[in-house]
Design a protein around this ligand. Structure first.
Ligand code: PPS
Length: 574
């Protein structure tokens, strides 16, 4: 028997509204619509499947104020997190939103009609009040506060929803359970006690040991219930994490544990978030919930202080244990004892016993450098998965972006570098010379500032994708404008990795470029046959922060290539 849902009744709106499906679908096509944001989509999915029971829609004003100020809905039920649907003023006007309006809520990924909301209220968010009451701060170093002040729009739309369809997923479909499905699973396997483990991080041996210990102490089973909706910016992506969790599951005693994914948009709200997590797990039928040190912690504030105390979350969840009917299990910090090859809770280890740990920072460093990650810390399958997603520097792609005047020698350096990288092996090498790009990608473009900018952005797009795929990319356009180069750098770093972009300024002086120009382009430019030629009647803005500057009147092409190789070596890329 699974645990009772919060409020007594599972609000599975998908099931409730199934008899009206054809009618609601037809009506949805005739209504104005709101295309949801990523966060609203996560919230709606859990409203529709009952994960947010007893909610049946987005909060109206009275519930919003009550949740913020008292952590309760106006009906008196405990509910710590405001679940709101924000729209802009313009949107509200265009949709003619008012009490009683019916609006279709659409999935932003495929435009599919997921639900119809009947508007009960339209009200202005009290952002400062919401920030202080729910998160205890207005500091925008907190991701939820940054979201509230920067992304949340002018108005909240309150109202109950009717379900039309579940969001369509193509990834890990078999692991996505609704509360009803998970409850059914527990009932089928006769699981009466279930300890849920919430996580937004990869799991290693210590996590397996602590969940097994928590279950054994309570003679319960384990639900690994990771969040795959929105987590903290910078977290390991959910694809990698789910592969990690899946590879860890066979390490549990046979039949002890089950993996299910939770499409939650986390707020990193510490204590209130922990309480919310516990309520959600209760709705999924769970009886015990593990709450860690600094559970759902957002990190440090703008003064470098923790937003919440390390045990605030455990204290708050414990306070409401009886009312909630879900038991809080404190997360025990586990440490490795090499003498017995086992993990034990830190506070149970006799003093003087040798222990071993690897911090998150140390793990990231080992992944980056390719250094060994020992078996006692993680499982081979987990490490292999992480290494595939986070290859060591030696396997990562990079872009060498050479910029300089026409005939500065940048193309010679680029070609020589290509040979050098091919000699090294290990990576696919791509050469994006200005002239190749101009004929293959940018043949319709001229040399106006806008066209040059577009040309550079195309190079950046291609370089970024290749860098991400692990290639050594050598780009060598003139790229005369600082702003274009900066934009290109951002594009490549965003997709290809922040440490994997190198700007090399080939600073051979204009007189030399001109004097050695066998094709006679500068001559044509001087005589006015070519207009807007870089260095003649169009500017070349010198880079302000190149990784390297080379001048071919001072060094040879071979020496320039060697300097670039040394730069990459120093960075661990080769
Ligand atoms: S940019 O500014 O980065 O988009 O330039 P790029 O794509 O590298 O193109 C350089 C080639 O175009 C020829 N060319 C000109 N360069 C600069 N200014 C003007 N107005 C111009 N018109 C044509 C230039 O000679 C380079 O040709 P290649 O074939 O590389 O020698």
């Amino acid at each position: 028997m699974a645990n009772a849902p919060h409020g007594g009744l599972l609000k599975d709106l998908n099931v409730r509204d199934l008899p009206l499906h054809a009618q609601l679908k037809a009506e949805a096509a005739t209504l104005p619509d709101i295309v949801l944001t990523e966060r609203q989509l996560c919230d709606l999915e859990l409203i529709l499947n009952g994960g947010f029971s007893p909610l049946e829609g987005f909060l109206g004003q009275a519930d919003y104020e009550s949740v913020c100020n008292n952590m309760r809905l106006t009906t008196g039920e405990l509910w710590p997190m405001p679940i709101t649907l924000d729209v802009s003023k313009e949107q509200a006007e265009a949709l003619k939103l008012q009490k009683g309006s019916r609006v279709t809520l659409r999935d932003p990924r495929d435009d599919n009609a997921l639900a119809i909301i009947t508007v009960s209220d339209l009200y202005a968010p009290q952002k400062s009040m919401e920030a202080k009451t729910v998160f205890g701060t207005e500091d925008q170093a907190h991701p939820a506060i940054a979201y509230l002040f920067k992304q949340v729009k002018d108005l909240y739309v309150g109202g109950n929803v009717q379900a039309i369809s579940r969001p369509q997923y193509y990834d890990y479909v078999a692991l996505r359970y609704t509360p009803a499905e998970l409850r059914m699973h527990f009932t089928k396997l006769a699981w009466r006690k279930v300890v849920a483990f919430q996580t937004r991080n990869p799991m290693h041996r210590a996590h397996r040991e602590l969940t097994v210990r928590a279950a054994r102490q309570r003679q319960a089973n384990v639900l690994i219930h990771p969040v795959v909706g929105m987590t903290k910016p910078g977290d390991v992506d959910h694809y990698t994490r789910v592969r990690v969790y899946s590879s860890l599951m066979p390490r549990y005693p046979n039949g002890m544990a089950h993996l299910a994914l939770l499409p939650l948009a986390m707020r990193m709200g510490g204590p209130r978030e922990a309480l919310w997590h516990a309520i959600i797990r209760k709705n999924f039928g769970v009886t015990h919930f593990i709450v860690g040190r600094d559970h759902a912690g957002p990190g440090k504030d703008s003064n470098g202080k923790d937003f919440y105390g390390p045990y605030d979350a455990q204290t708050l969840v414990t306070k409401y244990t009886a009312e909630l009917g879900i038991e809080m299990v404190p997360f025990q910090m586990m440490t490795y004892l090499p003498s017995t090859d086992e993990y034990q809770p830190v506070d149970e280890v006799p003093s003087g016993t040798q222990t071993m740990d690897i911090s998150g920072t140390e793990l990231r460093k080992r992944l980056r450098t390719g250094a060994a990650i020992p078996d006692w810390f993680s499982y081979e399958s987990v490490v292999k998965t992480l290494r595939e997603s986070y290859p060591p520097k030696q396997q990562q792609g990079f872009t060498i972006f050479l910029t300089g005047l026409y005939n500065s020698g940048k193309d010679d350096i680029a070609r020589a570098l290509q040979v050098k990288f091919n000699e090294q092996g290990g990576r696919s090498v791509s050469l994006l010379l200005g002239e190749t790009v101009r004929s293959e990608l940018s043949s319709e473009l001229g040399f106006s500032p806008e066209d040059r900018d577009r040309n550079i952005q195309r190079i950046a797009f291609v370089a970024a994708e290749l860098t991400r795929a692990g290639a050594a990319v050598i780009a060598a356009p003139i790229a005369p404008y600082e702003a274009s180069r900066q934009h290109a750098k951002e594009t490549i770093q965003k997709t290809g990795g922040s440490g994997n972009f190198f700007l090399v300024h080939v600073a051979t002086p204009l007189e030399v470029c001109e004097a050695t120009d066998r094709r006679g382009n500068y001559k044509k430019a001087r005589s006015g046959q070519i207009k807007g030629f870089t260095g003649v009647d169009d500017p070349y803005e010198k880079p302000t922060e190149a990784s390297l500057t080379v001048d071919l009147t001072q060094i040879t092409v071979a020496e320039a290539v060697h300097s670039i190789v040394l730069l990459l070596e120093a960075d661990g890329l080769i």
